[in-house]
Design a protein around this ligand. Structure first.
Ligand code: HEM
Length: 218
């Protein structure tokens, strides 16, 4: 780390801060457009964006050494903040999922017929599995024959996959007729950059952290 030119550290910090800003602005934009409470449907984009753009991004960035608001906290406290945020993410995702399924049921429409609906279903199931499996990190004795280090590695890899699925579902959600009609095509391009940019930053930070660990080990 010390031998790295300083500019790398500044760039990473700038990207992390930009990701915080982009995810918060994106959540605000969807909240304003969907006007939660105005209909059953309105809860769906609002709760899903809150879950995957806000809570999940913040939960992952908690561990970022660049630009995390809790970077001075001990690792144990960061872990606690992380799982609280992930529980909030899963709660919002479950409620957002229930809202759209109920809304479609009321309208008498068939379920999971679009790419967004299918990807969304997979995302919510994977997020649920990921959170359930994460209990083994708090109680490692539940899983016999697996070291904590191995559990953490699998948890991190599966977590990144869940994040990519969440960003993909958000991207397909904002590609819906409803969203494009609400904001127009030019604003859509700008909005579509949000999940793309946040996934890129999260992936590059994870790769970077992995490489730094490998360098330390060798
Ligand atoms: C990660 C976030 C999201 C997930 C997991 C998700 C999940 C889903 C699922 C499972 C359905 C299908 C429900 C059914 O067929 O019964 C659905 C439908 C829908 N969602 Fe999302 N959603 C997400 C974000 C969004 C966002 C941000 C928007 C709008 C900006 C949106 C707009 C829609 C619309 C318009 C439908 C109805 C049309 C269709 O089935 O494709 N979603 N969503």
């Amino acid at each position: 780390m010390d031998s790295e030119p300083r500019i790398y550290g500044y760039t990473r910090a700038a990207c992390t801060i930009l990701t915080h800003v982009v995810c918060i602005l994106f959540t605000i934009l969807i909240t304003v457009l969907s006007r939660p409470g105005s209909s059953w449907f309105s809860w769906h984009p609002f709760l899903m964006t809150l879950a995957f753009s806000f809570f999940m991004t913040q939960a992952i960035l908690v561990f970022s050494p660049h630009g995390s608001p809790v970077r001075m906290f001990p690792h144990k406290s960061k872990g606690r903040v992380h799982w609280i945020l992930q529980c909030l993410c899963l709660t919002c995702a479950a409620m957002g999922f229930a809202a759209i399924v109920y809304n479609k049921h009321l309208a008498g429409k068939a379920h999971f017929t679009s790419w967004h609906g299918l990807t969304g279903l997979v995302t919510v199931c994977v997020a649920g599995l990921q959170c359930s499996a994460a209990v083994s990190l708090i109680y490692p004795s539940l899983v016999k024959g697996w070291s904590l280090a191995k559990l953490k590695r699998y948890h991190a890899a599966a977590g990144l996959l869940t994040y990519l699925l969440g960003s993909g579902s958000l991207f397909l959600g904002i590609s819906s007729v409803w969203f494009i009609a609400s904001v127009g095509e030019i604003a859509w391009y700008l909005a579509a950059l949000c999940p793309a940019l946040s996934s890129l930053v999260i992936m590059s930070q994870a790769t970077n952290a992995y490489m730094a660990k490998k360098r330390l080990q060798s």
